[in-house]
Design a protein around this ligand. Structure first.
Ligand SMILES: Nc1ncnc2c1ncn2[C@@H]1O[C@H](COP(=O)(O)OP(=O)(O)OP(=O)(O)O)[C@@H](O)[C@H]1O
Ligand SMILES: [Mg+2]
Length: 464
């Protein structure tokens, strides 16, 4: 069994006091070692990672402060408690500033020392527990509303942070509903430009004839209907970030003007010959294949390379199914905070169906599905299979299209099916490195069912 006692080193040159304390601390369950000098303390610390260090500040030779400093340097998490003489509180305060957890002044009662030790340990436990929870919930699994715990998403969060620190143009690609706009906002909010505006423009939502004026602005009378002068989106994003969604739909002449913004950092308003200088960071997004459009000649190659400086790719939801339960919880929580019901959960079977579905509309579709299910559930606190849309409920039909050609002289039906079962089980075990629980989840089986099948199909492998 692992040794769960706290290992403690006590350093004091007064041998009688030191061994008395050591003995009593041992009685209270600590694994105690002693050092009679600073030199000896450093030796002990060099080859053992103590949890707690209690050291007198005043020692002959290497003093307590040096012991403290080198212990903290080597073990930043060590809980260090210093003992000071009467009238030297200033030294104690100084030690705390340098990382000691607490101090106690001589002479002291043993119980007072025990109290100091215990509360320092408790403090540390709370601190690391909080830090752990924070890193679990905030840092690792989300960045500005983007939620995900899968490997790909965690890698993506890291990439977004790196990208945010730069001023380079970013190109975000991904299927519809994968969170491209959310990622663009996350980059802006983590960038040095966060104090300025994030301006979004969906190039496919505006008629070609109006897009130029929308982007670059216009002067009064520039075209029919241009009653006053107006600032364009590019100018609004000065010193901030301009998000151009669906850049693939831009006309060749606008592509040329956008290229100039990226290369020369300048443009003209519609109907104006005055050149405007601009400082914007451009993030472009598209769900079309720009590389192919370049090959076909419908998108400028030079613009493509200018936009594609830092490519960021958002994975489809079906490629990271393990994020689905987390996302469902996230959406339920958000709906509750928007005035929906709180404390609603989802049955395991419904979660399984959600995890098995192919999600052509990705996270947006999942979000809508959760919202719809909540509306359908009429006040029940558990959303169930019946609250899901038909296409999700009925997905798990027989695997049609598998290789089911029937040979001339027929087959042994039972053995054929068993062969398929065994091959799927083996494949899922391979993918999960032999973890039966995870393998069963991949196959939508109970773990016990998987083990039973394995036992029947390949008896010598089923040992658990
Ligand atoms: N990882 C995620 N975590 C939480 N919510 C997400 C995530 N990804 C997407 N969403 C949500 O899904 C919806 C669609 O996201 P977004 O608009 O960013 O997608 P998109 O890739 O820009 O889609 P489209 O190509 O259709 O414009 C939004 O409501 C967004 O909040
Ligand atoms: Mg979008």
């Amino acid at each position: 069994m692992a040794d769960i006692r706290k290992h403690l080193l006590i350093v004091d040159d007064e041998a009688a006091l030191r061994s008395a304390i050591a003995e009593r601390l041992s009685d209270h369950g600590y694994a105690v070692e002693q050092a009679g000098s600073g030199e000896e303390a450093l030796e002990r610390l060099a080859d053992f990672a103590f949890d707690i260090l209690i050291s007198d500040l005043r020692l002959p030779g290497i003093n307590g402060r040096d012991v403290l400093d080198s212990a903290l340097e080597r073990y930043p998490d060590i809980i260090a408690i210093v003992i000071t003489g009467y009238g030297t509180v200033k030294d104690a305060v100084d030690a705390i500033k340098h990382g000691a957890a607490d101090f106690i002044t001589k002479p002291f009662q043993f119980d007072a020392l025990l109290h100091v030790v215990r509360s320092a340990v408790e403090q540390r436990r709370l601190k690391s527990e909080n830090a752990y929870l924070r890193s679990q919930l905030e840092d690792r699994y989300r960045i500005d509303g983007l939620v995900g715990r899968s490997r790909v998403m965690r890698d993506l969060f890291g990439l977004l942070e790196t990208v945010a620190a730069t001023s380079s143009t970013v190109m975000i690609t991904g299927e519809t509903g994968t969170g491209k706009e959310l990622a663009a906002r996350a980059i802006h909010h983590n960038s040095p430009r966060r104090a300025n505006r994030f301006v979004a423009l969906n190039c496919s939502a505006i008629p070609e004839t109006l897009l130029e004026a929308e982007l670059f602005g216009h002067v009064r009378g520039a075209f029919t209907g241009a009653i006053g002068a107006r600032q364009g989106r590019v100018e609004q994003a000065h010193k901030g970030t301009l998000f151009l969604d669906e850049v693939g739909t831009m006309s060749p002449s606008l592509q040329a003007k956008l290229l100039r913004v990226l290369q020369e950092r300048e443009f003209e308003r519609v109907g104006d010959s005055h050149t405007v200088k601009i400082d914007v960071r451009v993030i472009a997004a598209t769900h079309s294949d720009l590389g192919r459009m370049v090959a076909e000649g419908s998108f400028r190659e030079d613009l493509f390379y200018r936009l594609n400086v830092l490519p960021v790719q958002l994975p489809p939801l079906r490629a990271r199914r393990e994020d689905i339960p987390l996302l469902v919880g996230h959406f339920l929580q958000r709906l509750a905070s928007e005035g929906g019901r709180s404390g609603v959960t989802v049955s395991q079977e419904a979660i399984r169906l959600l995890m098995g579905y192919r999600w052509p509309g990705n996270v947006r579709q999942l979000e809508n599905t959760v919202e719809r299910a909540l509306a359908f559930s009429q006040g029940r606190s558990i959303l169930d299979v019946g609250d899901l849309p038909a296409e999700i409920q009925n997905q798990a039909g027989p695997a049609e299209g598998a290789d089911t050609a029937l040979p001339e002289d027929g087959i042994d039906f039972e053995r054929y099916i068993e062969g398929i079962e065994l091959s799927l089980i083996k494949r899922s075990l391979e993918r999960t490195h032999g973890n039966k629980r995870q393998a069963a989840r991949l196959l939508n089986l109970k773990r016990t069912t998987l083990i039973e099948k394995l036992k029947r199909l390949e008896p010598h492998q089923a040992a658990d």
